[in-house]
Design a protein around this ligand. Structure first.
Ligand SMILES: Cc1cc2nc3c(=O)[nH]c(=O)nc-3n(C[C@H](O)[C@H](O)[C@H](O)COP(=O)(O)OP(=O)(O)OC[C@H]3O[C@@H](n4cnc5c(N)ncnc54)[C@H](O)[C@@H]3O)c2cc1C
Length: 434
């Protein structure tokens, strides 16, 4: 068996896996196809690119997403360290300056003496120990190679990214800073709509022209990243009860909650860019400009990036993988990241951490301590290997962690905190062995 481990893809999972291996003294060959070749959603040259939102979601210990982050911090995660170092204000969430964050990860990876970067597309699964972390937009040639290896059908669903506008182009006479229910600092820019404006916006949105995406149908959209136009078509008020919910966001000029509100979240540390929260879309670019500019605060908005939609691919993990992310039929090959069916930045990072540590333990001939279901990192790993993935419903944090850990989603703050404390104590006790 080779002395080094090959990691394919320098996204969130691949960088985390490479870092954990390298920190344990294992040599890594990290392959990345950018900048030579890019998926439709990747634009930047740096590693660990956040392709849509700049938020890694909640950072509070009363929920599973926050627990997962705290565990990863204590487990010396590179991604968490860089995210903490480049966070931007976002209430109780961990949001980052995406460029500074990606630059920091890239710098750390490139300067690690145990990591060799190999630029270019991988088209075959190499010999030796491998971690495939090529993400939901794995290149076609590698996709085919994986297909030949694992057989059967890949599962897939569709996902979309939200537009980003410049701060200076937001009409602040029509907007106001606030966070919902006045919690924390006023980190969001809120763009209110009255009834007539909402009506016009909804009508334009539901009839606007979409960009053609091969094989796309509304029924195959992942609920957690639903394009706003698909969501809007479900009913006149769907947006007002969802991403445009006005409750708890009174307009200081009237003292009342508006009819609907679009929130904008800071996208970089300087505060020069803002993303349209929840507005992932696959409308044609001209249509995006036309429709979103109907929101008064965005009437002169300058779009720095438009929303796009893509096919996302993932494996039938419960059938194919074990709880160390290894291929049951050929355990020298591990998968990590969204390709395993875990959905989201932080979940992808956690799977990269676990696959990297497992591969390091194996390379060094020592057992991988079981993290089991008492920890969020362990629950996710167990879950990928024993849950039945249903078509177009990838595993996400709600099912992957909340369910095995016994978290309650609503109104069980104290119970959840106890679960978190137990999980963190377990992490602390195992740290030396990992
Ligand atoms: C359009 C879109 C929007 C999303 N929005 C969100 C969101 O808002 N919030 C959230 O939490 N999650 C979101 N996700 C999910 C999130 O992107 C993923 O969960 C996470 O980035 C996956 O991490 P990863 O490391 O598995 O893959 P990626 O981060 O995609 O990294 C994979 C890397 O592999 C490289 N690569 C691919 N093929 C090859 C090859 N053949 N050879 C060499 N290199 C290769 C790619 O260039 C890339 O750098 C979104 C995903 C997509 C596609």
């Amino acid at each position: 068996m080779s002395e080094f481990v090959t990691v394919i893809g320098a996204g969130l999972a691949g960088c985390e896996a490479a870092w954990q291996l390298a920190q344990r003294g294992v040599n890594v060959r990290l392959h990345e196809m950018k900048p030579e070749k890019r998926s439709e959603a990747h634009h930047a040259d740096d590693f660990a690119e956040l392709v849509c939102s700049n938020s890694l979601r909640s950072d509070e210990l009363t929920n599973a997403a926050g627990l997962l982050k705290e565990e990863l911090r204590r487990l010396d995660s590179l991604i968490l360290a860089c995210a903490d170092a480049h966070r931007v204000e976002a209430g109780g969430a961990l949001a980052v300056d995406r460029e500074a964050f990606a630059r920091a990860v890239t710098g750390k990876i490139k300067s690690h003496p145990n990591i060799a970067i190999i630029s270019g597309e991988v088209t075959e699964i190499p010999e030796g120990r491998v971690i495939v972390a090529s993400g939901p937009l794995t290149s076609d040639a590698l996709f085919e190679a994986i297909h030949r290896k694992v057989g059967g059908d890949f599962l897939h669903f569709f996902d979309a990214a939200a537009p980003i506008v410049t701060a200076e182009s937001i009409d602040m006479d029509s907007a106001y800073a606030a966070s919902r229910y006045g919690k924390g600092t006023a980190d969001y820019i809120n763009c209110p709509l009255n009834r007539e404006e909402y009506d016009a916006f909804w009508n334009a949105l539901t009839t606007a022209e979409e960009a053609p995406v091969h094989g796309f149908e509304d029924s195959k959209v992942f609920e957690g990243c639903m394009p706003i136009e698909v969501n809007a078509r479900r009913g006149y008020d769907t947006l007002r009860f969802g991403i445009l919910k006005p409750i708890g966001l009174p307009d200081p000029r009237t003292g009342r909650d508006p009819y609907a509100v679009l929130q904008l979240r800071r996208d970089n540390a300087q505060g020069t860019l803002y993303n349209l929260v929840g507005c992932q879309t696959h409308l044609k670019w001209g249509e995006q400009k036309r429709v979103f500019s109907m929101i008064p605060a965005l009437q002169n908005a300058e779009f720095m990036r438009y929303g796009v939609m893509h096919r996302n691919t993932f494996l039938d993990s419960p059938r194919l993988l074990d709880a160390t992310y290894a291929l049951r039929a050929d355990p020298r090959i591990r998968f990590a990241g969204q390709m395993t069916g875990v959905e989201g930045y932080i979940e992808s990072t956690a799977s990269g951490w676990a696959a990297g540590v497992a591969a390091a333990c194996e390379t060094q001939g020592r057992p991988m301590p079981a993290l089991d279901r008492q920890t969020a990192v362990g629950a996710l790993a167990c879950y990928i290997s024993d849950h039945t993935v249903t078509k177009f419903q990838p595993m996400n944090i709600n099912f992957g962690i909340i369910e095995p850990l016994g978290y309650k989603i609503k109104g069980k703050r104290e119970k959840n905190l106890k679960i978190s404390e137990r999980a963190l104590a377990k992490i602390d006790s195992l740290k030396g062995e990992l």
